[in-house]
Write a protein that binds this ligand. Structure first.
Ligand code: FAD
Ligand code: NAD
Length: 476
């Protein structure tokens, strides 16, 4: 690619917000020669989220699952621009976005505008807290690299504080109580990783606190992992029992303080009871909420009035009621779960769509040009008519884009003790499996899905390193 990005006035500005699963899948397949491509995201890397829970314990080092966006853009045929900034407002009337550099180092200019002809919103989602008091102040989330680092630090802080001279037994129990709220795959995978960390490393290095260590998973619904089959839910629950991870189902957290959570338990007879659960580390994994930017855009579009969970899009991922705006991934509501699998298929679909739109325009221009030569070169008319017909045939083929269709490859989750659960599409049917073999499948599947060969090598080396030398328990 050219070293310099100079917007070509004859091309349209395609602005892409975000560097997550949806936007990066789009970038990967997009022919950047057709547009002035401008990427805006506060995060200058792509994050392979499926292995994020492993970073909380140091089983994988965080940089192994990050891929710099600069590296991604360098591999494109034509150069694209990247701005490390947050989009704070989309003005759909004027077709401009407002961007702001929210990083620590700011230049004289740190707020400006970018005009777009086509806009793709792939900004993902925030952590849901449902307005429950104390959640933001006291718990760790698990969505970004900094969250995983904060958890890793806090686990060891709790362990070292529990080992402090003359610490009383009650306080040791509290500090060693690791509570995870939310029994979706994020909460389950984290609880499994945490138990492994304790069993394989912490217990050996800090034996005096071994008896007090406890992991509890709190879930409001009657069971964990609602997207998996009943058989795999049962398997996960029995594996957690063996691993001494307590699952508290039908337990809704209502309030959080710095030392305990208050939750409402629904007993089998339907009676509700309030309980206080002291904790040392609290990880909050109760799913997604809308980002302010998405809320702001929705409030500008009357057709989005009834949409609650994100930008309602049509079968071509066009934001309903908006002009020239598409949405992908967790911020879009297309009728699928908010997963990386869905986001990346949506991104790849949009790349095909934009590549086709550019081809369509080029073919239409060619038809137009051929038609005008027809009048000035009547002697050549037979050949020109043939060319027009063939170009029109190509045009029809290119224009015939089928709507987005999601193809579900299955669900996979790690549940600790080198066991995983998988609900995968297999020979036109579904295969549900759990256990050690599934764990090997999980490892190889995630390794093969890593963004780059560099990521794959780093992740594989981290696994070997952790197995041979144990996880690093130094607190950063
Ligand atoms: P994201 O990947 O979250 O990316 C959003 C991007 O937008 C980021 O780059 C962000 O910095 C940027 N951004 C945010 N605000 C702005 C703004 N104002 N302006 C510009 N840019 C902005 N799914 C699976 O299918 N399989 C799994 O195994 C799996 N494991 C997961 C494990 C964890 C711990 C988590 C948290 C999620 C997991 N998921 C998994 C879900 C998956 O990560 C999400 O569905 C996926 O990341 C959604 O992709 P996205 O592109 O919509 O958003
Ligand atoms: P989730 O939405 O799947 O699960 C959140 C859970 O928290 C729900 O079961 C909900 O009942 C519970 N909850 C909500 N409020 C509560 C409260 N006050 N007290 C107790 N429990 C409460 O969230 P997630 O696990 O973060 O996953 C988000 C998305 O990412 C999902 O689409 C998921 O499929 C995807 N994901 C997939 C994988 C995987 O495939 N391995 C891993 C992580 C995430």
């Amino acid at each position: 690619p050219d070293d310099q990005f100079t917007p070509d006035p004859s091309k349209k500005n395609l602005v892409i917000l975000g560097t997550g699963w949806g936007s990066v899948a789009l970038l990967k397949k997009l022919d950047t020669e057709n547009y002035n491509v401008i990427v805006v995201s506060p995060r200058n890397y792509f994050l392979f989220t499926p292995l994020l829970p492993s970073c909380t314990t140091g089983n994988i080092e965080h940089r192994s699952i990050m891929e710099p966006v600069r590296q991604i853009l360098r591999s494109k045929k034509a150069s694209a621009m990247y701005y490390e900034a947050e989009c704070t407002h989309i003005d759909s009337e004027r077709k401009v976005i407002k961007i702001s550099d929210n990083s620590d180092v700011k230049g004289d200019v740190h707020v400006t505008e970018v005009p777009y002809d086509l806009l793709v919103v792939g900004v993902g989602a925030e952590n849901a807290t449902f307005g429950i008091p104390g959640v933001r102040e006291n718990s760790c989330f698990l969505k970004e690299i900094k969250d995983a680092q904060a958890i890793r630090t806090k686990i060891m802080d709790c362990v070292e504080t529990a080992g402090f001279k003359d610490q009383n037994p009650e306080e040791i129990s509290r500090l060693m109580h690791m509570v995870v709220v939310g029994g979706g795959p994020t909460g389950v995978e984290f609880a499994g990783e945490l138990r492994d960390f304790f069993d394989e490393d912490i217990k050996k290095l800090v034996p005096q606190i071994a008896d007090s260590f406890k992991v509890t998973l709190v879930e409001a619904l009657p069971n964990v992992l609602p997207m998996f089959s009943k058989q795999l839910i049962d398997y996960t629950e029995s594996t957690f029992k063996e691993e001494h991870i307590e699952i508290m189902t039908k337990t809704m957290v209502k309030n959080v303080t710095d030392k305990f959570i208050e939750a409402e338990i629904t007993r089998p007879d339907g009676k509700k009871e309030l309980t206080k659960i002291p904790y040392g580390l609290l990880v909050w994994a109760t799913g997604n909420a809308l980002r302010p930017l998405v809320k702001d855009l929705m409030s500008q579009i009357p057709a989005q009035k009834d949409s609650r969970r994100g930008l309602a899009v049509n079968e071509y991922l066009v934001v309903q009621g908006a002009r020239d705006i598409w949405a992908v991934g967790d911020c879009a509501v297309a009728g699928y779960a908010p997963t990386a699998q869905v986001a990346s298929q949506e991104g790849a679909f949009l790349a095909r769509l934009f590549n086709n739109m550019a081809k369509t325009e080029a073919l239409e221009a060619k038809v137009h040009e051929l038609s005008s030569t027809l009048n000035v070169q009547p002697g050549n008319s037979a050949q020109i008519v043939k060319d027009i017909e063939s170009t029109e045939r190509q045009l029809r083929r290119v224009k015939d884009i089928k709507p987005f269709h999601y193809s579900h490859q299955g669900s996979l989750a790690y549940i600790g003790s080198e066991k995983a659960v998988a609900d995968v599409a297999w020979l036109n049917g579904n295969l549900a499996s759990g256990g050690k073999l599934t764990y090997l499948f999980w490892r190889s599947a995630y390794l093969s899905m890593c963004f780059s060969t560099r990521n794959r090598v780093l992740v594989a080396l981290d696994w070997v390193k952790a197995k041979v030398y144990g996880r690093d328990v130094s607190r950063e």
